[in-house]
Design a protein around this ligand. Structure first.
Ligand code: MN
Length: 730
């Protein structure tokens, strides 16, 4: 049961709600009211008053000055409950449902962001944006909350006053401006101004006050003939002297370096037409121009061309009585609502059941608010303070915010295209993309997205990535997926091409090593063997023709031997490796024994080897796993002898690895570093072929053992752009 004083407050609040809101759920507001009273009953504000006074006043601001809806009022009553009392969000959810729970939760989170004193983290902006986009009412409540806190700021210690006032000027007021909440913005600024520059504030307030009567008298004198003429024209209107905001006067004084008198000597009048007919505004303009002489260059028509925040009005400056300048604003009631309450006014029209056009406007509004994260334009109305704010926002300007058809927010780097968006959703979506719709329209996949775009990806199970996508994907995720795909596809095609080639070459008994074949393909303007194999696979090159040509060449020139005997990369390596050893130790023999290396398995120092005693050729050294000696080993063949490589001084073996991949700048350096940084591995020799896109390198290394070698291989596989690392084998 509520105490009498609370009952009175509840009645006041409900009365305000009924006066300003289109629909009011009394039960909802009553329950929120009761929960808030109960939850805060032990708490006090800095002023010493019961805490409940704060949520109550915030709810009053929401109901009266912003006038959004009853859900906002209920949420305002509950906005500090989760943060300050034992009640958690689940209880709110149970009692009031998801919508109010989300709003309260959003408002609580935003407090945490703002309370961290300085927004320095991109992540925080992101959270802010997210909560804002989820429900505009979150921000509405934060504005009302801040407004009441500013109105009662004097109870806090001075340092805290300064910090909060500054934060209000830096963050809340610009945000309120973006939301079009002009009235709230002005009050926030004036209150902050009062605490930050108290002396200047008081000077201006005093100056305005001392001349108030004089000014009111002048405005009266200006208005009378206007009123008469408008009435004669049967217009329904309100006319008022426009209140001046102290902070804007101060800014003008600073900006124009002029004394107060010159600034506030400018008078301002506003005429609001009560009939929703834009043409009447022009009629009024005509009438005023007949009474007072207009200054043509000061005329602004924001009705035909509204400001970006939806602001509409006619502005004219005329020469009034005594030759003083008077600025006149002319607008309809609806234009006025939007000018004062911005997004909240649109909300009202939406709730009011008005149809599509106004809902669309709300959409535009929210889209426009989102665009502040896509800062680039500085229009004439941007104050220095807002520029500072833009600067803060600019830190994160390289991100755009786009939406799925369901309204989920996706954050992408600026310049991102529909294909980035597709991969952002899921790699499966990316891989099967056939098209995209942006804001309902089908667009090419390379269309650059803008903040606020709604993007829908069209997929087909049969679609496969197009190699061109790599050119216009900019996110790491999309690029990586596309590249990997291209690499795999190309690798497959290259392998298939090589298979075709090998089969045909074998059939034609053409023996040509890779080095010589590479030299040949260079003459055919293929940069490397991969591209040559790819061309075979793609039928761009006829393998038979090449084989014929090669066979002819080899037969005609002295080069037959050259082709067959020239040392391949591998053979060179084998020779190098063997020369670095001091010979083979053969167990059970004395003195030097003649030995040769078997051609079938080309053992390299480091390999497990065995010796095979031949007749006449001494001992043949095979790898232990060579197919030719396997069966003999198994049969316990007597002609097999144990042999081993000599220990090198450092106990190191020579090993060769072959590395291939897509070339990029710095790749060789990265590869070399990867090797030498791994257990201080020494590199004995390097041969690298880089032609355009392909990188093919052979490295001869000193390794301790196979584990060491495998470690290096694993490490190299992680180097960017490297697709294949293998130990030299035949
Ligand atoms: Mn609060």
């Amino acid at each position: 049961m509520l105490l009498a004083k609370h009952k009175k407050k509840l009645d006041d609040l409900l009365a305000v709600c009924h006066k300003n809101l289109h629909v009011v759920n009394d039960d909802l507001i009553t329950r929120a009211f009761e929960m808030s009273v109960e939850a805060h009953k032990h708490d006090l504000r800095s002023s010493g008053e019961p805490y409940f006074g704060h949520p109550f006043e915030v709810a009053m601001v929401v109901a009266k000055e912003i006038a959004l809806d009853d859900v906002s009022v209920a949420s305002a009553l509950l906005h500090d409950v989760v943060e300050d009392t034992d009640i958690d969000i689940d209880i709110i959810r149970k009692e009031f449902g998801d919508t109010i729970a989300e709003i309260v939760d959003g408002a609580t989170k935003i407090s945490n962001i703002f309370d961290s004193h300085e927004i320095t983290q991109a992540e925080n902006y992101r959270k802010l944006l997210l909560s804002m986009v989820n429900d505009i009412r979150v921000m509405i409540i934060k504005f009302a909350d801040r407004l009441h806190n500013m109105r009662t700021l004097e109870y806090l210690p001075p340092e805290k006053q300064q910090r909060i006032a500054k934060e209000t000027l830096d963050i809340y007021a610009p945000f309120a401006h973006r939301f079009g909440l002009a009235k709230i913005k002005w009050e926030l600024e004036d209150l902050a101004f009062k605490h930050i520059h108290r002396k200047e504030y008081e000077d201006i307030a005093h100056g305005l006050n001392s001349k108030r009567r004089e000014r009111e008298h002048y405005i009266r004198k200006f208005i009378v003939p206007v009123e008469t003429r408008l009435r004669q024209s049967n217009l329904k209107f309100e006319i008022e002297g426009r209140p001046k905001h102290l902070y804007s006067i101060y800014n003008k004084m600073v900006k124009r370096n002029k004394p107060l008198e010159e600034i506030y000597d400018m008078f301002a009048v506003r005429i609001i037409l009560l009939t929703p007919d834009n043409n009447e505004c022009f009629t009024v303009y005509g009438i005023i121009s007949e009474i007072y002489k207009p200054i043509p260059e000061r005329f602004k028509n924001y009705i035909s061309i509204p400001k970006k925040n939806g602001y509409q009005s006619l502005h004219t400056t005329v020469v009034g009585p005594e030759g003083k300048m008077v600025e006149v604003q002319i607008r309809t009631r609806q234009m006025h609502e939007i000018a004062e309450r911005g997004v909240a006014a649109h909300w009202y029209y939406k709730e009011n059941g008005s149809q599509a056009p106004l809902d669309k406007e709300l959409e535009n509004w929210i889209n426009w608010v989102r665009e502040m994260f896509d800062q680039k334009q500085a229009d004439e109305s941007v104050s220095p303070k807002e520029l500072i704010e833009s600067f803060k926002l600019n830190l994160y300007q390289d991100e755009i915010y786009v939406f799925t058809p369901k309204g989920d927010l996706k954050i992408l780097p600026k310049g991102a295209t529909a294909i980035d968006f597709a991969f952002e959703i899921h790699s499966d979506v990316g891989f099967h993309t056939i098209g995209a719709k942006v804001n309902g329209r089908i667009v090419p996949l390379n269309t650059i997205l803008r903040s606020g775009d709604q993007v829908e990806v069209i997929t087909s199970k049969k679609q496969k990535p197009n190699f061109d996508w790599e050119k216009f994907a900019i996110t790491h995720k999309a690029k990586a997926h596309i590249r990997r795909y291209i690499k795999e596809e190309e690798r497959k095609l290259i392998d298939e091409g090589k298979e075709i080639w090998d089969k045909k070459a074998k059939k034609a008994k053409l023996h040509i090593n890779d080095d010589d074949l590479t030299k040949y393909v260079h003459t055919k303007r293929y940069d490397n063997l991969q591209l040559f194999y790819l061309a075979i696979k793609n039928d761009e090159v006829d393998a038979d023709v090449v084989i014929n040509e090669l066979t002819d060449t080899s037969l005609r020139s002295e080069g037959v031997a050259k082709v067959e005997d020239s040392t391949s990369m591998f053979n060179k390596f084998v020779d190098t490796a063997r020369n670095l050893t001091t010979g083979i130790s053969i167990f059970g023999t004395k003195g030097d024994m003649l030995y040769t290396y078997a051609k079938c398995c080309s053992p390299i120092p480091g390999d497990d080897i065995v010796g095979y005693v031949t007749t006449g050729e001494g001992i043949k050294i095979h790898r232990k796993n060579c197919r030719n000696v396997q069966s003999m080993l198994n049969n316990g063949e007597e002609r097999i002898v144990r042999v081993s490589w000599p220990d090198s001084g450092a106990g190191d073996f020579i090993a060769g690895i072959r590395i291939s991949g897509t070339d990029r700048s710095g790749l060789l350096n990265d590869v070399t570093n990867a090797i030498s940084n791994f257990n201080n591995t020494n590199i004995r020799g390097v041969t690298v072929n880089t032609k355009d896109s392909f990188f093919d390198g052979q490295f001869i290394l000193y390794v301790k053992d196979i584990a060491h070698l495998n470690g290096i291989i694993e490490r190299l596989k992680r180097v960017k752009n490297i697709s294949k690392v293998e130990r030299f084998d035949e």
